[in-house]
Design a protein around this ligand. Structure first.
Ligand code: GLU
Length: 400
């Protein structure tokens, strides 16, 4: 029988971050000594008290379905956690728990976007926003910021991209992949734009705990009640608490939007895993010292990676101020030849070459709407960063 896949798959691309990371893992399983700088995943283990709480929860019966929106206890804790972080009251009815922030975004896009709607994506931005928007039938509209501006969002450009079809603006600060942390003035201008044009503002805050060197996270919903009403906040425990595999993400939205998202989730995964919800509760309510320990380690690695990248001839790199990615410009290598005589035409070819010739896995910038760049994650050991960069420097120096 000929396999005929649904038409919707013709508009959606596989996740490049997931793909490159899987490829590196597969090479490692074959015995290849790959340095993976691709995964957006802390190398730290989940803090011990969180794992212990999960083990206890299993014995206490966290093995059944929970409410679709999350256990009442966790929703309450998330509401309190968000209220404390942002300084405004949050009701548990405004909160929903999903299997990762990615599912929360999936729910939000499918609950709020209709075919033909446009979603403005200040970019470079995470690979999945555009693809999930397309799955919902909407049209992603990237609005590029520039390295010479430190990849800061440009409200004037965003304003120019607004049309009658625009329904939503998606912001992620600190940014994956650039590490930019957006300033208050620019965020206020974007918030004004959302109010003026009656748009939703979705902020992906999964990296908000990871700011460095004086950079400060600002949540636009704190600007006033009108923007608070139209802001959907996506957050989670994956990055800050080193809990990627537990798959727990949160969404804050008006209760009627939460209800719509619950209908969608009730027809897909139902609830996030009960044991993971118990672990997330322990993460939010338990000791918080591990967060600072991990943040400080990322900061050290950030400096190591930035210095290493800037030391490679032909590479330039904006200083990342948050998250755990560096996003260097590698366009000067395009058009050059490998020792085997293959021409490096673009970022994808360069990433393939680095993987084959130097066994270093990095993600092509085109997946983030920035084809002259590559993304490197520094959520890995200093030794790995040094090894990966020295291999990369050698492979790049051999291009002619
Ligand atoms: N968000 C992480 C990244 O960008 C994890 C993989 C993914 O879901 O994209 O690498």
């Amino acid at each position: 029988m000929r396999t005929r896949l649904a038409n919707r798959l013709s508009v959606v691309a596989p996740s490049m971050t997931v793909k490159v990371t899987a490829l590196a893992a597969e090479m490692r399983a074959r015995g290849v000594d790959v340095v993976s700088l691709s995964a957006g995943e802390p190398d730290f283990d989940t803090p011990a008290h969180i794992k212990e709480a999960a083990k206890r929860a299993l014995d206490a019966g966290a093995t059944k379905y929970t409410a679709v929106e999350g256990t009442p206890r966790l929703r309450q804790a998330v509401a309190a956690w968000l209220a404390k972080a942002h300084g405004f009251p949050v009701a548990p009815a405004e909160v929903m728990v999903s299997a990762g922030a990615k599912q929360a975004i999936h729910n939000a896009f499918h609950a709020l976007l209709d075919p033909g709607d446009e979603v403005l994506l200040p970019a470079p931005c995470w690979v999945s926003y555009a693809e999930i928007a397309k799955l919902a039938g909407a049209r992603p509209v990237p609005v590029l910021s520039r390295p010479e501006d430190g990849f800061a969002i440009d409200p004037a450009r965003i304003a120019k991209a607004v049309t009658r079809a625009t329904r939503m603006i998606v912001l992620s600060s600190p940014s994956n992949p650039t590490g930019a942390v957006f300033g208050e003035a620019a965020l206020r201008a974007v918030a004004d734009l959302a109010e003026h044009h009656d748009l939703w503002l979705l902020t992906d805050d999964v990296y908000r705990g990871l700011c460095y060197g004086g950079a400060r996270f600002v949540q636009p919903a704190t600007f006033g009640p009108e923007i608070r009403r139209r802001t959907i906040i996506v957050d989670g425990v994956s990055k800050s608490y080193a809990m990627t595999g537990w798959r727990i993400g949160f969404c804050l939205a008006p209760p009627e939007v939460i209800a719509g998202m619950a209908t969608l989730q009730g027809q897909s995964t139902t609830n996030a895993a009960a044991v993971s919800q118990a672990a997330a509760l322990a993460a939010l309510e338990g000791p918080q010292e591990d967060l600072e320990r991990m943040r400080a380690a990322f900061d050290e690695r950030r400096r190591l990676m930035l210095a290493g990248l800037r030391a490679i001839p032909g590479v330039t790199c904006v200083e990342p101020k948050g998250a755990f990615y560096a996003f260097p410009d590698v366009a000067s290598f395009f058009g050059k030849q490998t020792p085997a005589g293959r021409t490096i035409r673009d970022d994808v070819a360069l990433c393939e070459h680095l993987l084959e010739a130097a066994q270093v896995a990095v993600v092509p910038g085109s997946a983030f709407f920035a084809p002259g760049f590559v993304r490197l994650s520094y959520a890995t050991s200093a030794a790995n960063i040094e090894k990966g960069l020295s291999r990369m420097a050698k492979a790049l120096a051999e291009l002619r």
